[in-house]
Design a protein around this ligand. Structure first.
Ligand code: GLN
Length: 541
């Protein structure tokens, strides 16, 4: 195996967006990793925002956070969940970052009087970033996903940089995989190849010949369809991969393995390595596809109409469900609706409630009402970030008698600022990249439900928030029965709380959903699903 030369796989998308390029990249990555190769995936996003941190989740879905504190595209979540490898800030770049870098250099005078242009200056900066991860010496294969759809104006500089880079790397060192749509037209009863032909022609105009086509379709591709696509695109017929719809995204790597996509990739990159070991993955997929029963859990949040806003939470429940041999049915509850119609309407038939992370005042009173309901009715509860903050507010108001307790995010003049900004955050004026971000240590209190879940005394979890539990209220919360089961040892901030005399009432200031992996579920999600199943058995069956 050629260990010295890093190999590159570029992934582009054609015809329409949302074809699952990220899942395709993650699936190829998993197959190569399970053959012993050291693989990572990098995503290039064509928008002008420096990162998605300032974007509305309604538009862009969840903001993913890496250990090193980057606010990144949610595809990085798929990469981590499939590969079980940690991403870094170097795994995601946007047009905004690239221009920011080039313009900063220009302002410093680094270009020595040259006219600064898209080609070569922007494309050079893109190419420099293609090589950043290779330079660490930690990888054999780097998969690079180019966001957007071929033909978009904004992705042109990336495709031009890719063309130049592939040519410089040479044929056996960099390949191009194009994910495309092969639609089935019901009225004609036929599969259509023309959109794919056009999309490949657009790539060819830019000077990129795809080596492999991943064909997304509703139904399996026939031999004739594959041959027709191959003929029109100069792609070997065995490199036209059938990627028809499957019941779970986690099955895609197995579908690709059946199509021998990994063999084709290795052959084109001149790599030889052992057969993939997919034992654990197959076991996981089998559990996802064949659960023994189901459990209904509510997720109360602000952006529930757009489920990509909670992508990692939904996936964490798939992992935790598989670990418990059960299918978790999620009931998405809009916090504002619950505020208007009362908690019982939404929660009485559920076996658990998760209160989701979020920003801003809208719907917060609904979340607090939901938490009061499940606390009093002994329904399992899991709070994440804002979910923890709401749980503390609810407990302060209704168990400690602190009337009007609130977070200063929602009521600056509250009589009891049980949730407040820390000193460092009070000085912040800019929005981008200024929250408490990334991985922090958390010391777990022994003898708690949290400790029973983690089975460890020190864990690391990822953060993305400005507000914290106000330590001035810690004693009064504890006197009334709240237990602080996790503390950040470096700054003495409350990380996890729980209620010992409740079947399972646990909340974390961090985002456990960002550390759950397909074959390695997060312990708090796993235990939450387990107690929800117990609740269902004793109350609802
Ligand atoms: N808005 C809250 C804060 O900034 C919670 C953030 C979150 O849930 N991620 O602290």
């Amino acid at each position: 195996m050629a260990k010295n030369k890093v190999k590159y796989i570029f992934i582009t998308g054609g015809v329409i967006s949302s074809l699952g390029k990220g899942i395709a990249a993650a699936s190829i990555g998993l197959l190569l990793k399970s053959r012993g190769l050291r693989v990572t995936i990098q995503k290039f996003d064509p928008y002008l925002n420096v990162d998605p941190g300032t974007m509305n989740p309604f538009q862009h879905g969840e903001v993913y956070v890496t250990d090193d504190g980057a606010e990144a595209d949610l595809d990085l979540g798929h990469y981590e969940r499939f590969l079980d490898v940690n991403m870094t800030k170097n795994n995601n770049a946007t047009t905004g970052q690239i221009y920011f870098e080039v313009i900063s250099k220009e302002r410093r005078g680094d270009y020595l009087g040259a006219t600064v242009q898209v080609i070569p200056h922007i494309t050079d900066e893109i190419k420099r970033r293609f090589e950043t991860l290779a330079r660490t010496g930690e990888y054999d294969v780097i998969i690079i996903e180019i966001g957007g759809t071929v033909g978009d104006i904004e992705s042109l500089p990336f495709l031009e940089a890719m063309r130049q880079f592939m040519y410089a790397q040479g044929k056996k060192n960099a390949i191009s995989v194009h994910v495309t749509l092969v639609p089935y037209i019901k009225a004609a009863g036929e599969i259509k190849t023309k959109p794919t032909q056009h999309s490949v022609k657009t790539l060819l105009e830019i000077g990129i010949q795809p080596d492999i086509l991943i064909c997304r379709s509703e139904a399996p591709l026939t031999r004739e369809v594959r041959e027709k696509i191959a003929l029109f695109t100069n792609v070997d017929v065995n490199s036209v991969v059938d990627a028809h719809d499957v019941s779970t995204i986690y099955e895609v790597p197995l579908q690709f393995a059946k199509e021998e996509t990994d063999e084709i990739v290795l052959d084109k990159l001149d790599l030889t390595c052992p057969k993939p070991d997919l034992k654990d993955w197959k076991k996981f997929v089998d559990r996802v596809k064949n659960p023994h029963g189901s459990v209904n859990i509510g997720v109360c949040g602000k952006y529930t109409e757009h489920q990509d806003a909670y992508k990692s939470i939904a996936e964490s429940f798939v992992h935790a469900g598989a670990a418990n041999n059960v299918k978790v049915n999620l009931a998405w509850i809009r916090a504002e609706d619950l505020e208007r119609n009362g908690a019982a309407t939404y929660l009485q038939d559920l076996s658990g409630l998760l209160v989701a992370p979020g920003f801003g005042e809208r719907g917060v009173e609904g979340k607090i009402a939901a938490i009061k309901y499940v606390r009093e009715k002994n329904i399992p509860f899991f709070g994440i970030c804002l979910g923890l903050q709401c749980a503390v507010i609810e407990f302060a108001r209704h168990a400690c008698g602190l009337n009007g307790a609130n977070s200063t995010e929602f009521d600056r003049k509250t009589a009891h600022n049980v949730i407040d900004l820390m000193i460092e955050q009070k000085k912040v004026t800019a929005y981008g990249g200024t929250m408490r971000l990334g991985s922090y240590p958390c010391k777990i209190t022994k003898g708690t439900k949290t400790h029973r879940a983690y089975k460890k005394e020190l864990v690391h979890e990822r953060h993305r928030h400005r507000y914290e539990v106000n330590n001035a209220y810690r004693d009064i919360l504890m006197q009334h029965g709240m237990v602080v089961s996790g503390i950040c040892p470096t700054n003495d901030l409350v990380e996890i709380i729980e209620l010992p005399d409740h079947p399972w009432f646990v909340a974390g200031q961090f985002h456990p959903e960002l550390r759950s992996r397909a074959v390695n579920p997060h312990p708090l999600f796993r235990d939450f699903v387990k107690v929800a199943m117990e609740y269902r058995e004793s109350h609802l069956d």
